[in-house]
Design a protein around this ligand. Structure first.
Ligand SMILES: Cc1ncc(COP(=O)(O)O)c(C=O)c1O
Length: 454
């Protein structure tokens, strides 16, 4: 039976994704090659308006093999994990734990170092509670950056108010469109117990100075200072290796890396996980329970109370197979080309202001921008009328938008491996069209009569 199951699993991943794994090593046509794997992309938003999906920073689209993995799990293996003695329970448990191993390998860790969470947000909250509440004391410091997503900011603010801690924020180097590494280093002292930062900013598209942060945390921080990396916007787009990065914790969301919603993970060095207290109590996270008290399971089970998102975890494992099959180096090289084309194209549109690094320094195809005289929400609305899906707002980064003097928000175009250069060109043409439309409207500064008096 096990052999049959392995055979089906092999057919599933190998069959649907085989064309991709065997593609030539060139990255020039990747988007065109993989598009057929993403059924949602083959639609028109209105007659004659094909979908141009530029909102992968919010959530990525899912390849057919991930959709099949979800379906197959429910039609063939569905059972609860770690508790049944029957065949389905064994199969479900094996698939669930196999997926943990796949995610671990995808980021260069070990299976026992992966804790399933609902997403990156829950993973940061887990560390803030499990590590922060257990180890930090009044007067301790946490160093963050002004570029943090609220998911890597508010949990630390909550911890700080629970424990009377001091939060410090590394500022932006405006010229570089990235975090100021020197300023970040200058904030770390012997009282610094946590340094937490976003790997690739979901607004600027720039990379944090991780190596520098890890070095100063080890040299100048408290002896047990931990470094947490929010890898939501890096893991789907380039190879990430937790050992090379040298961090203590890394968080990511499955739905941004071609996996389903409702699943994400915390990777932690095992000794760090062992030193964390449980956050949520319930079934599965215990060793022994009596009416007088409870002892807890070893990590990762200690942090996985209750029935987990089993199908989603299994499908996230398939998403890792899919991305690895395409090749993270190939994806990174392809998306770098998209990034530079997108950035340069936007900068060439009159009246457009681009935030973040220059085109030459862009590695991730995610660009936030504004246009003179047009509100970000209006732009996104009119782009949608042309079939272009972008995102407008503060992208859960209000402090960063304040630092950028863009409190009213920005429009963000964020791409993934399935986008093509042609889509970028079509988007830019639509953007020019929308801006031309607005330029013809009367403005308070340049009033054109809205009505002709009779
Ligand atoms: C950089 C970054 N961190 C954290 C998150 C939060 O992810 P989730 O809502 O999946 O928990 C996001 C999502 O947009 C993000 O872009």
């Amino acid at each position: 039976m096990r052999l049959l199951q392995l055979f089906w699993g092999f057919l599933l991943v190998a069959g649907v994704c085989s064309a991709l794994v065997s593609t030539p090593s060139s990255s020039s046509s990747l988007g065109a090659e993989v598009r057929a794997e993403f059924p949602v992309l083959a639609q028109e938003i209105a007659p004659g308006k094909p979908l141009i999906y530029l909102d992968s920073g919010a959530t990525s689209q899912k390849p057919q093999c991930v959709l099949d993995a979800l379906h197959e799990y429910y039609v063939r293996d569905n059972a609860n994990v770690h508790r049944g003695a029957h065949t389905l329970a064994t199969r479900a448990t094996e698939a669930f734990e196999e997926a943990r191993g796949k995610v671990a390998r995808f980021v260069g860790g070990e299976a026992r170092e992966i804790v399933w969470t609902r997403g990156a947000t829950e993973a940061v909250n887990l560390v803030a509670h499990g590590w922060g509440d257990a180890h930090l004391e009044e007067g301790d410091e946490i160093v963050l950056t002004v570029a943090e997503h609220h998911a890597n900011l508010v949990p630390w603010q909550l911890l700080a108010s629970r424990k009377r801690l001091r939060l410090k924020y590394a500022r932006l180097d405006a010229a570089q469109g990235a975090i100021d590494a020197d300023h970040l280093a200058s904030l770390v002292t012997r009282r610094t117990r946590v340094v937490a930062m976003v790997h690739v900013s979901n607004v600027l598209g720039s990379e944090a100075p991780v190596a520098e942060a890890v070095r100063v945390a080890r040299e100048r921080g408290a002896p047990d200072c931990v470094v947490l990396l929010d890898a939501c916007q890096s893991v789907p787009h380039k190879g990430v290796d937790v050992r090379d990065l040298g961090v203590d914790f890394l968080v990511a969301s499955g739905h941004k890396m071609c996996g389903p919603t409702g699943i994400g993970f915390l990777w932690g060095k095992y000794d760090r996980l062992e030193a964390m207290q449980p956050w949520q109590g319930g079934g599965e996270m215990i060793d022994r329970v009596t009416l007088d008290g409870t002892t807890y399971a070893a990590p990762p089970a200690r942090f996985e109370a209750g029935t987990p998102a089993i199908a989603q975890a299994v499908a996230l494992g398939t998403a890792c197979d899919f991305l690895s099959g395409v090749g993270m180096d190939r994806i990174a090289a392809y998306e770098r080309r998209l990034a530079r084309r997108l950035d340069a194209g936007l900068r060439a549109v009159p009246g457009v202001r681009v935030y973040g690094p220059s085109a030459d320094d862009r590695d991730v195809a995610l660009v936030a921008f504004n246009a003179r005289n047009v509100h970000a929400s209006d732009l996104a609305f009119f782009l949608d009328q042309e079939g272009v899906a972008t995102r407008a707002g503060h992208h859960c980064c209000q402090p960063l938008h304040h630092a950028l003097d863009a409190d009213a928000g920005t429009v963000r175009a964020s791409l993934a491996l399935y986008n093509t250069p042609d889509e970028i060109d079509a988007f830019l043409a639509h953007l020019r069209g929308v801006l031309d439309f607005f330029a013809d409207l009367p403005t308070p500064a340049d009033p054109k009569p809205a009505f002709h008096a009779a």
